[in-house]
Design a protein around this ligand. Structure first.
Ligand code: PGA
Length: 248
């Protein structure tokens, strides 16, 4: 059985103080969750968030990590820097990073391997654009993101994958539950082929893209969907809690 994981991706929202207020509002609302819960916060919020999350069932996540242990990489943050604050998860290769910051499958791969090496759990984001879906390229895009972005991972079940169709992110347009389930099923099939069937059966694959309190039950009822990566709705404690408590 795969334990579902609901993770908030705050993106570039919430100062440290605002983040602490959000965490404090969230804690009692999700205290009895049956799934794994995490918030992926801006790097500068991490120390305050780590303190505020102490003793709660909400894990701390980051939104990026550099692949080098240390060195001349101005503006970057290493896995060990995250680890020191008790960060457990790190989002890698989010489509916004691919689109605006030149992230490629190659850099996604390097970051993922470095995160695993340091004992962090990468949440690796993959997904197709609207044009790619409409021109029938979805599977080819996912194949490349898997074979190149996840190359060299010895146990694929140690990562979390977020399937996020780019056209559904922040647009209010969700993939239908059936679409999401079918594509995630395809991803799992591909992982079985590239890695091993056993690990593919174990890897948790989230859906991301305008998941909210209204549509989470349908999405989470799908066999292949093991959680959600939540942007907009993770900024509102009641909305995020409703998603975390989808089965209550
Ligand atoms: P959204 O973002 O929920 O606002 O669509 C999801 C994401 O980008 O991870």
């Amino acid at each position: 059985m795969r334990k579902p994981i609901i993770a908030g991706n705050w993106k570039m929202n919430n100062t440290a103080n605002e983040g602490v207020a959000l965490i404090n509002a969230l804690k009692p609302l999700v205290a009895y969750a049956d799934c794994d819960v995490a918030v992926c916060v801006p790097a500068i919020d991490i120390p305050a968030a780590a303190e505020a999350l102490k003793g709660s069932n909400i894990a701390l996540g980051a939104q990026n990590v550099h692949f080098a242990e240390k060195g001349a990489f101005t503006g970057e943050i290493s896995a060990n820097m995250l680890k020191e604050y008790g960060v457990k998860y790190v989002i890698i290769g989010h489509s916004e990073r691919r689109q605006y910051f030149g992230e490629t499958d190659e850099t996604v791969n390097k970051r993922t391997l470095a995160a695993l090496n340091a004992g962090l759990i990468p949440i690796v984001c993959i997904g197709e654009s609207l044009e790619e879906r409409e021109t029938g390229k979805t599977e080819a895009v996912l194949d490349k993101q898997i074979t190149e972005g996840m190359k060299g991972i010895d146990d694929i079940s140690k990562i979390v994958i977020a399937y996020e169709p780019v056209w559904a992110i922040g647009t209010g347009k969700t993939a239908t539950s059936e679409q999401a389930n079918e594509t995630i099923g395809y991803i799992r099939k591909k992982l079985a082929e590239v890695f091993c069937p056993n690990c593919a059966a174990k890897v948790r694959i989230q859906y991301g893209g305008s998941m909210n309190a209204g549509n989470c039950k349908d999405l989470m009822a799908m066999e292949e969907i093991d959680g959600g990566l939540i942007g907009g709705a993770s900024l509102k404690p009641n909305d995020f809690a409703a998603i975390v408590n989808y089965n209550k």
